[in-house]
Write a new protein. Structure first.
Length: 450
């Protein structure tokens, strides 16, 4: 161990390598023989001594202080900025090779740099900025910062390791779906008078405010006592009830483990949609709980009111992982029924492609919907639909089309059976899942179905 460490203390620079190669000229100049060999050995010994002295004169780890700036939580599948600030006390300029250690599986650009710090009487500072793109959610860890510091003669690099290892959380990307949700979120808010005149009165059971009568208002909404007091027609505005409950049931079994074309898995898209739904519910004063299940119930986040309660929900969802097991819908639904007595909106994120599993889902959903409003959210496969409609040119293509047609027919049949049982089916492309789920929630609130 000691020998290997000593051999790795100093790393020859390009200048040292060229100097070593130049030493090979001594035997040629002296015509070979013993004196040429002595000259070569003497040259190499002197070069090794200079290399060691140069390496020792390079600043050690104690001379450096580094900080890594990362805005947590990181966002999956988008570029996240990282800043490295390096400070050192050196009177001469320092040439440094810097290599940060992003978590494995992250795509990174610019985390390896050659940096020059100007010398001075006090501390000198260098700044490095680069970006990382996480390819998965969950907990990850940065490693230590590795440096190589060039000695004053330029012959040796001194390796330096600065302890910057730390864990980071990677949350789903909601930035791409947020703009598309704005219109749908408006549907769930209390409509203003102009919107009522255009679209009609929104249903609701909670009183919101009094306002002037406008042409087109329902006469049943006129408040006759307020009209008599004020001397002009006054109507009541109603809004959907608040403090209602939404439950997210997230299938962490094998169904959502398939990876989509953009690198995300079906589970990634489901988590994004679930968090978008929870955010919309918090904006409307409702509470959201979650049950993560695979072969058994893995985690339960109790539904509680307040926007601050989004933190525990996001913490649970961003750690969700798909496992190669069959999802136990019965265990998840029994857990929900035991915890939620009052009528609630239940959104089950799963897959509809497996008829046998869908039969189990249907049987348990029929029991659940007697007390709750149930919706099943799944991700459609446009490529499968295209394959089912493609014109085959070869026997192999014909077999592929037949298989695709069968899968599409089975999926549609499952959707029809769920719909006939009173379960709403949300079957859309991956990029539209979050918007479709929030739109369903907005429609439920608008119509007062809870």
């Amino acid at each position: 161990m000691a020998a290997r460490y000593a051999a790795a203390v100093f790393i020859p620079s390009t200048r040292a390598i060229w100097a070593g190669a130049l030493g090979l000229a001594w035997p040629l100049l002296l015509g070979g023989g013993p004196w040429g060999l002595v000259a070569l050995l003497g040259w190499d010994a002197a070069l090794l001594l200079l290399l060691a002295v140069d390496g020792w004169r390079a600043p050690p780890a104690a001379a450096f202080h580094a900080e890594r700036g990362v805005r947590e939580p990181l966002t999956a599948f988008v570029a996240n900025p990282v800043t490295l600030t390096l400070r050192a006390g050196a009177r001469r300029p320092l040439r440094i090779m810097l290599a940060d250690a992003p978590p494995p599986g992250f795509e990174s650009i610019g985390h390896r740099r050659v940096l020059t710090l100007a010398g001075g009487p006090g501390l000198v500072e260098g700044l490095v900025e680069y970006a990382v793109t996480p390819r998965s959610r969950g907990r990850h860890a940065f490693g230590d910062l590795a440096l190589r510091v060039l000695g004053p003669m330029g012959l040796a690099w001194r390796p330096v390791r600065l302890p910057l290892a730390r864990g980071v959380s990677v949350y789903p990307d909601l930035g791409g779906v947020a703009p598309g949700l704005a219109t749908r979120l408006d549907l769930a808010r209390v409509p203003d008078a102009g919107r009522q005149a255009r679209l009609g009165r929104a249903e609701g059971r909670e009183f919101a405010a009094l306002r002037h009568y406008l042409p087109g208002d329902d006469l049943r909404s006129v408040d006759w006592k307020a009209t008599a007091r004020r001397g002009w027609p006054v109507v009541r505005d109603w809004q959907p009830e608040r403090n209602q409950t939404i439950w997210v049931l997230l299938d962490c079994g094998r169904h959502l483990g398939a990876r989509l074309g953009d690198g995300r898995t079906r589970l990634d898209r489901a988590v994004e949609a679930a968090l978008a739904l929870a955010r919309a519910a918090a904006e409307r004063g409702d509470r959201t709980g979650a049950i993560l299940f695979g072969a058994d119930v893995e985690r339960v986040v109790q539904a509680e009111a307040g926007r601050t309660r989004l933190g525990p929900l996001a913490e649970a969802l961003h750690l969700a992982e798909s496992r190669p097991v069959e999802a136990d819908y019965g265990a998840a639904f029994d857990t929900l029924l035991a915890r939620q007595r009052r009528r609630a909106l239940v959104v089950v994120f799963t897959e509809l492609a497996d008829p046998d599993t869908a039969a189990l889902l249907l049987a348990r959903a029929e029991v659940l919907r007697r007390r709750h409003l149930v919706a099943v959210a799944a991700i459609a496969d446009p490529e499968l639909v295209e394959a089912a409609a493609a014109r085959p040119a070869t026997p192999a293509a014909a077999l592929a089309r037949a298989a695709a047609e069968r899968l599409v027919d089975e999926r549609e049949a499952v959707g029809r059976r769920l719909s006939a049982a009173g379960v709403a089916v949300i079957d859309v492309a991956a990029t539209g899942l979050a918007a479709a789920v929030v739109a369903r929630y907005a429609a439920v609130k608008e119509r007062g179905l809870l």
